[in-house]
Design a protein around this ligand. Structure first.
Ligand code: CP3
Length: 366
């Protein structure tokens, strides 16, 4: 297979710290409830899982934000919780509530029964990847933009598997970790194997970059983070296919609240480290040197501040990263994103202003 040609490959170039014409932008949760067209498709699908398990619906909603905004990457429409669902824990999304599992993993017997899922149970995800790739192909055969695949990190998945739902205090998962670290390590080991196989299957189906969401790594104590989150994320990264169809597949690791561990995360083997808004991009760039590119890191709530505030914050973020090409001639690699997902009440016009300002202002910095 010959490497894919892109109409816009700025995202992949930034991930690999190659020269870019502008700073590429995509947004976590770019397909979601803030878009009326998403809500309309979701109503037709009947439920969130109805959307996610149908390759046709998943393709439709993946493309919705790209048809509205000149985003530089698409992200597979799915959820991190498909993996524990395939492990037999029974995922549901009740209206107006977060995710919930029918079964939890808290006792020794639950842990002993846990297995890497049969990837066939996740076939709908790989079918969605293939279908989205097709939909992103232009009549001349080039891809509009690259497609990002993703998974939760072993630790973040474990949080949901042990808690059975979202949590404010992570009491159950931290109890298991402190009381029976041996059981916690066994859950994380199974998760790491499952996540590695799941991401590699997405890459084989056509994902052109992958991202590991360690959304709850930042709730861990120093020391526990390295042992229970980062060690397993590293294992996933080490097991990934880094080349497919003659193309390098960049890997992004995002630990929400992980800024103080940046050097450790940057050493896990990823190409890109995602940051939330509590870390300064300029000092982060100094800390990682030329080891990795950076992604982030605007506070999603800035999008409620009106157009002038959005544009000012985009300029400030790009200025904090600094000249894309450093004084030594090497390119830094910055993917502009939020520091966490778009809020469902976000005004769509604010997103348009963010993307426009990022492209316009970052061109002026070159
Ligand atoms: O970014 C994208 O556009 C791709 C799609 C995507 C979704 N979830 C769709 C979704 C991605 C990358 C995720 C990842 C995800 N899911 C994470 C990691 C990132 C993060 O936010 O920290 C986590 C922790 C989850 C778990 C999850 N899924 C929760 C807590 C919820 C409910 C809370 C909420 O925001 O409603 C979901 C549901 C979900 N996943 C929705 C979407 C668009 C909303 C569901 C709906 O339409 O009702």
């Amino acid at each position: 297979m010959s490497p894919t040609a892109y109409a816009n490959d700025q995202f992949l170039r930034a991930c690999l710290r190659q020269p870019t014409d502008h700073t590429p932008v995509w947004l976590m949760r770019q397909a979601g409830r803030y878009l009326p067209e998403y809500n309309a498709t979701r109503a037709r699908a009947g439920s969130f899982m109805g959307l996610a398990t149908s390759p046709d619906f998943a393709t439709e909603v993946t493309l919705q934000p790209l048809d509205r905004y000149p985003l530089d990457a698409a992200i597979l429409f799915s959820d991190i919780l498909t993996v524990p669902d395939a492990m037999g824990l029974g995922l549901s999304f009740a209206a107006g509530e977060g995710p919930r599992f029918a079964k939890t993993v808290r006792e020794e017997a639950d842990v002993a029964a846990l297995q890497v899922p049969d990837l066939d149970k996740l076939r709908y995800v790989f079918d969605a990847v293939a279908s989205i790739r097709k939909a992103l192909t232009l009549p001349d055969g080039r891809s509009r933009v690259p497609l990002i695949g993703f998974s939760g990190s072993p630790w973040t998945l474990a949080c949901y598997m042990v808690e059975g739902a979202g949590s404010d205090d992570y009491r159950h998962v931290k109890s298991l970790m402190y009381r029976r670290p041996d059981l916690m390590h066994r859950v994380l080991e199974v998760n790491a194997q499952a996540v590695t196989a799941y991401l590699n299957a997405q890459i084989e189906a056509g994902a052109q970059a992958v991202m590991v969401f360690d959304s709850w790594g930042g709730v861990l104590a120093d020391g526990a983070f390295q042992a229970f989150s980062l060690a397993y994320t590293r294992r996933v990264v080490e097991g990934l296919k880094r080349e497919h169809a003659g193309q390098r597949i960049p890997c992004i690791v995002f630990t929400k609240g992980g800024g103080q561990w940046l050097e450790g995360i940057a050493a896990c083997g990823a190409d890109v480290v995602g940051l939330d808004w509590t870390t300064d991009l300029g000092s982060a760039r100094t800390r990682v040197g030329h080891q990795v590119a950076l992604q982030g890191n605007i506070d999603p709530m800035v999008l409620f501040g009106g157009e002038a505030a959005v544009r000012a914050e985009v300029r400030r973020t790009l200025d904090r990263f600094g000249a894309p090409r450093a004084a030594d001639g090497q390119w830094g690699g910055h993917v502009l994103n939020l520091g966490h997902g778009l809020n469902q009440h976000t005004p769509p016009d604010a997103v348009a202003a963010l993307v426009d300002e990022a492209h316009a202002y970052s061109r002026r910095l070159r």
